[in-house]
Design a binder for this molecule. Structure first.
Ligand SMILES: [Zn+2]
Ligand SMILES: [Zn+2]
Length: 418
């Protein structure tokens, strides 16, 4: 079995890993780095690819996949929820990115036509490479994959979170003996704070602003984080109005149809029903000026209705902007956190509202990564992906020294024999 790292190595973004066994070829994810200009993984000839396994919907894992469907089809395996959410996110990506993508809607449609749904635990086989998906606890529908070929067994974690959240169970633990593990190391350098504490701090802070007559803007990713915040507020019996806007509405609608894949389907359904789903601009102007919470993409304020809300909510020090995800350097969200002001689409926003960040991460923290490796059976070689260069090296060192496993941080373009 050979592994080639086509992207997502010593970087967070454009994940693409090729697995070759006995002349056959499976791709594990084929994503893009979404920046000013999208960055794609190394090219593969679509005709060489026998199948693709999609770990989850995020564009850094799914966003380049339609490029493999310019001519004809090959099966793409994943959970049905991953496919519905990927279609939503990739459609939006096409709309925003414009002409320079190497594919269009028609390729996305061909890809959707070739989807093969797999439930967690269900097995499949492509030309002698067998595999199954397991829950990864990262976003709804997300999966880890265990693959077997040439008498070797490999685990690909995708993005994963072993801690339970309001929305999802923690990632499944792996019982199988492994020869190799390809693992994400996004947070190899830090632990996340205790989740219950984060929830309590967040709800207290939101309540305080609302009780003072203020509006709280919560910029959040459409998929996962928006619904997590809905559930957190509902579970804590938050008594002021909650509004939901932008693509978070479509994602929430999809999750209502797939509520059984969530940890607590009833909590989610009630939390979604409890929120007001914003319909139009008149709605937006009204809710931006009344006490309550507005949950809206984009999570890092790069666009979406959150940009409009910021200009309204930001005007008064009675209001607040609570960021609920990591803010990447160079995004308006990060600028706002660092300087209290930011520029969106060329327009400068001076923000009087109070600004805070709460760590609702859906990735493992450093201790969970090490603990996960400790529990693995066999003596697998560790390949670290989905981490910047520093964290990749740090994670390799810890895996070697603290867990006693052979570990490497591949570079893009490198090939390894498992
Ligand atoms: Zn992800
Ligand atoms: Zn990712």
């Amino acid at each position: 079995m050979k592994l080639a790292f086509l992207g997502g190595a010593k970087e967070v973004g454009r994940v693409a890993i090729a697995l070759r066994a006995g002349g056959n070829f499976i791709l594990l994810d084929y994503g893009v780095t979404v920046d000013q200009e999208p960055l794609f993984p190394m090219h593969v000839a679509p005709k060489d690819v026998d199948a693709i396994i999609l770990s989850h919907c995020h564009l850094d894992h799914s966003g380049a996949t339609p490029a493999l469907y310019v001519r004809g089809g090959k099966p793409v395996y994943g959970t049905s929820l991953t496919f519905e959410l990927s279609e939503l996110l990739i459609s939006d990506f096409i709309k925003i990115a414009g002409y320079y993508l190497p594919y269009e809607y028609v390729e996305l449609q061909t890809m959707m036509y070739n989807c093969v749904n797999l439930n967690y635990g269900e097995s499949a086989e492509v030309k002698g490479i067998s595999f199954k998906l397991l829950n990864s606890g990262h976003v709804p529908g997300s999966a880890q994959a265990i693959l077997e070929a040439d008498g070797k067994r490999l685990l690909y974690t995708g993005d994963f979170n072993t801690r339970r959240t309001r929305l999802l169970k923690g990632a499944d633990l792996i019982d199988d003996e492994l020869d190799a593990v390809v693992i994400e190391g996004t947070y190899a350098n830090e632990d996340h704070p205790n989740r219950a504490d984060v929830e309590r701090d967040f709800v207290n802070a939101v309540r305080e602003v609302a009780e003072g007559g203020g509006t709280i803007l919560v910029p959040a990713f459409s998929v996962g984080r928006s619904q997590e915040i809905l559930c957190v507020l509902y579970a804590h019996r938050f008594e002021h109005p909650i509004s939901l806007d932008g693509m978070a509405k479509e994602a929430s609608q999809i999750l209502l149809r797939h509520a059984s894949s969530l940890l607590d389907p009833r909590l989610y359904a009630e939390a979604a029903r409890n929120a007001y789903w914003v319909e139009d601009w008149q709605d937006r102007r009204v809710i931006a000026r009344r006490p309550g919470v507005i949950i809206s993409p984009a999570g890092m304020l790069k666009g979406g209705p959150a940009a409009f809300y910021l200009s309204e909510v930001g005007r008064s020090d009675r209001n607040a902007v609570f960021l609920v995800s990591y803010q990447i350097r160079g995004t308006p969200g990060r600028e706002l956190l660092d300087k209290g002001a930011c520029t969106i689409n060329g327009r400068e926003h001076k923000v009087k509202a109070s600004v805070r960040r709460f760590d609702f991460s859906s990735h493992c923290g450093a201790s969970e990564l090490i603990e996960f490796l400790r529990r693995l059976k066999g003596s697998p070689t560790v390949y670290v992906v989905h981490a910047d260069e520093e964290n990749s090296k740090l994670f390799v060192k810890r895996a070697q020294e603290e867990v006693g496993l052979k570990a490497v941080a591949p570079n893009v373009g490198e090939v390894y024999d498992v």
